[in-house]
Write a protein that binds this ligand. Structure first.
Ligand code: G4P
Length: 528
C-alpha cells in the first residue's frame, strides 16, 4: 500500500441530514466531543443560538464568519481522519445543503423518534439517492415518548423506500428508556442521563442475570422484542449499505450523549473511504479514482468571507484524487489558468489553519476574489471536469428593479456574481431586459438585497414575479426555437446561458410539455 492509499483508506467524509429540530446540531456537537475535537459540549449549540438570535440580516457578515468556520470540521478519531461537513439547517438554504451532499462519501440521517420521517428528510434523502450515498440512521430523542421503534422502521422503509437494518434496539422509551441492546455485539448499554457519557454500565449477553437485576420485568420484554426483531427485520448487509439500498439504524438520545459513541464507531467502521468520482475527460466519461497519483478536486461551495468589501471569498474544494500540498500549482480547468495555491486553509474542528497537505476526502478552502466558480474542477494539469453537482429548480421568483437607473451595470454585475456563488439563480428572459431572480427559499432574497447594498452600493427593489417553477430545457433545437419564439417572456437564459422555461403555473408547464414532446423539462441542472 502506498502512503497515499493509507491516507485515503483512513478518510471518512460525511454530512448529517435531518429535518430542522430533529437534533442535527446537538448530534454534531456530541460527535465532536466524543471525537475529542472539542473539550466542552456547548460550543456548537452556542454558535447555532447566536445564528438564530440574529434574525436581522444586518448581522450578516458576522454570521458568515461563523458559518465559514463551522462549515467543515476535521478531527482524528481512532485510526481515521473524519471530515464532518455542515449543512445549513435553515430550510431556505437547502440548495447549499444539496451541493454539500455531492462532496461527501456518506451521510448520517437523524430522525426524531416523536415526529418520525419529516418533509425535509424526504427531500434530502432523495438527493442522497441521486448518487446512492450510503446512509447511517440515528433515531434520536428516545428519552421522550415517541413512536414505537418497529413503526419508525416501517415508516422509514415505506416513506423513504430504503431497507432498515437495526444495529441497536432500544429498551423502552421516554420515562422507561433504559438503554440499547447491540444486536451484533450481544451487549447491553444502560442509559443514565446523569453519567458523564450517558452510559452507566455495559454488560454482555441477553441472558445475563445482571440484566434482570438492573431493569426487572423490562428484561423479559427485551428478550421477546429481540426475538421478534431478529425474525422480522433485515440483517445488516455491508454490500447493500454501501450501495445505498439499506440503512443501518442506531437508537439514542443525542442531548444525553447516549448512542453517540456507537454511531461514531459505525462511521469509522462501516462507512466508506473516498470513492471514485464521475468526470469527463474531453468528451469521454470516466471515473477518477482517489488513488490516481495526480491531484484533482471540485468546488462545491463558495462563501463570502469576513470582509465583504474586499469581495474575498472562500471556495470549498473537495479533494478527489492525489495529494495536495501547499504552494502547489494547480490548473483551473474551465479557464485554463494555472494558479499557485499558497494560502489554502483546512478546517480542524477547533479552528482554521493553513493547509500543508490534504488527501482525497479532505476539504480545502481557497481564498479568492470571485475568480473561482461553483462546480469548477482543479487538477494538476489534466483536462478533467467532475460532473454531477446539481443546481435545483428555484421555487420563488422576484423581478429585480433598481432605485437609481444609473447603477444598472453594478446591479447586473452584483446579481451575476452572487449567482455564481450559488446564493440565488439569475434568469434573463429572451425578450426584454428584465432580471429575474430565483431562489429555493425566500430568505435568500433578503440576503441578496443586503449584499447588493453593502458590497455593490446598489439599492434593489424586488417585485413579485408571476412564475411558480423553473425547468431547464434540453433536447430538440428546432422545438426549442419554436418555444422561445412563441413564449419569449417565459423562456430565459440562466447564468451559464442555458435555456430555462419559467412556468407561470403547472397548467402551462404541462401544456408546453405536451406541445413540445422532443424537449425535456428538467428540475435540476448540473453545474459542472
Ligand atoms: P437541529 O440542529 O436539527 O435543528 O436540532 P437541535 O440539535 O438544535 O435540537 C433541537 C431541539 O431538540 C433542541 O431543543 C435540543 O436540545 C433537542 N434535543 C436534541 N437531542 C435531544 C434528545 O436526545 N432528547 C430530547 N428530549 N431533546 C433533544 P430546544 O428546546 O430547541 O433547545 P434547548 O433549549 O435544548 O437548547
Amino acid at each position: 500500500m502506498t502512503a497515499l492509499d493509507t491516507e485515503i483508506s483512513r478518510r471518512r467524509t460525511f454530512a448529517i441530514i435531518s429535518h430542522p429540530d430533529a437534533g442535527k446540531t446537538t448530534l454534531t456537537e456530541k460527535l465532536l466531543w466524543f471525537g475529542g475535537a472539542i473539550q466542552v459540549a456547548g460550543e456548537v449549540r452556542a454558535r447555532k443560538a447566536s445564528r438564530h438570535a440574529t434574525s436581522d440580516w444586518m448581522e450578516l457578515e458576522k454570521q458568515r464568519g461563523i458559518s465559514v468556520t463551522s462549515s467543515v470540521m476535521q478531527f482524528p478519531y481512532r485510526e481515521c481522519m473524519v471530515n464532518l461537513l455542515d449543512t445549513p439547517g435553515h430550510e431556505d438554504f437547502s440548495e447549499d445543503t444539496y451541493r454539500t451532499l455531492t462532496a461527501v462519501d456518506s451521510a448520517v440521517m437523524v430522525i426524531d423518534s416523536v415526529n418520525g420521517v419529516e418533509a425535509q428528510t424526504i427531500k434530502l434523502l432523495n438527493v442522497c439517492r441521486m448518487r446512492d450515498t450510503p446512509i447511517l440512521t440515528f433515531i434520536n430523542k428516545l428519552d421522550r415518548e415517541g413512536k414505537e421503534p418497529i413503526d419508525l422502521l416501517d415508516e422509514i422503509e415505506s416513506v423513504l423506500g430504503i431497507e432498515c437494518a437495526p444495529m441497536t434496539w432500544p429498551i423502552g422509551m421516554g420515562k422507561r428508556f433504559r438503554g440499547v441492546y447491540h444486536l451484533y455485539d450481544d451487549a447491553i448499554a444502560f442509559f443514565d442521563p446523569q453519567a458523564e457519557k450517558g452510559t452507566s454500565e455495559t454488560i454482555q449477553g441477553l441472558d445475563n442475570p445482571r440484566l434482570d437485576e438492573l431493569i426487572g420485568s423490562q428484561a423479559d420484554e427485551l428478550r421477546t422484542d429481540i426475538e421478534l426483531v431478529r425474525g422480522a427485520s433485515h440483517a445488516f448487509c455491508a454490500k447493500k449499505y454501501l450501495a445505498g439500498k439499506q440503512t443501518p439504524v442506531f437508537f439514542g438520545s443525542a442531548v444525553n450523549n447516549f448512542g453517540v459513541q456507537s454511531l461514531l464507531d459505525a462511521v469509522v467502521e462501516l462507512s466508506p473511504a473516498p470513492q471514485a468520482r464521475p468526470a469527463l475527460q474531453g468528451d469521454a466519461a470516466r471515473q477518477v479514482a482517489p488513488g490516481e497519483g495526480k491531484f484533482s478536486g471540485f468546488v462545491f461551495k463558495i462563501q463570502a468571507n469576513m470582509d465583504p468589501k474586499h469581495r474575498d471569498r472562500i471556495a470549498f474544494l473537495r479533494v478527489c484524487s492525489g495529494r495536495f500540498e501547499r504552494g502547489m500549482k494547480v490548473k483551473q480547468v474551465a479557464g485554463g489558468k494555472t494558479l499557485s495555491v499558497n494560502n489554502a486553509i483546512t478546517f480542524m474542528a477547533r479552528d482554521r489553519s493553513t493547509t500543508d497537505e490534504a488527501f482525497p476526502g479532505d476539504i480545502i478552502g481557497i481564498p479568492n476574489h470571485g475568480t473561482i466558480r461553483l462546480g469548477e474542477t482543479f487538477t494538476e494539469g489534466e483536462d478533467l471536469r467532475f460532473t454531477g453537482i446539481p443546481s435545483f429548480a428555484p421555487e420563488h421568483f422576484r423581478l429585480a428593479r433598481i432605485a437609481n437607473p444609473l447603477k444598472i451595470k453594478q446591479l447586473q454585475k452584483g446579481l451575476q456574481q452572487l449567482a455564481e456563488e450559488g446564493a440565488t439563480q439569475l434568469f434573463r428572459p429572451v425578450s426584454g431586459s428584465d432580471l429575474i431572480l430565483g431562489a429555493v427559499g425566500t430568505l435568500q432574497f433578503d440576503v441578496v438585497a443586503h449584499r447588493l447594498e453593502h458590497e455593490y452600493g446598489v439599492q434593489v427593489i424586488f417585485e413579485p414575479y408571476n412564475c411558480s417553477t423553473a425547468r431547464w430545457i434540453k433536447g430538440d433545437e428546432g422545438e426549442l426555437r419554436q418555444l422561445s419564439e412563441r413564449y419569449s417572456a417565459n423562456v430565459a437564459l440562466d447564468g451559464a446561458d442555458d435555456p430555462v422555461y419559467l412556468a407561470p403555473n403547472n397548467v402551462y408547464l404541462n401544456m408546453v410539455k405536451e406541445k413540445y414532446p422532443k424537449l425535456q423539462f428538467l428540475e435540476a441542472r448540473e453545474v459542472a
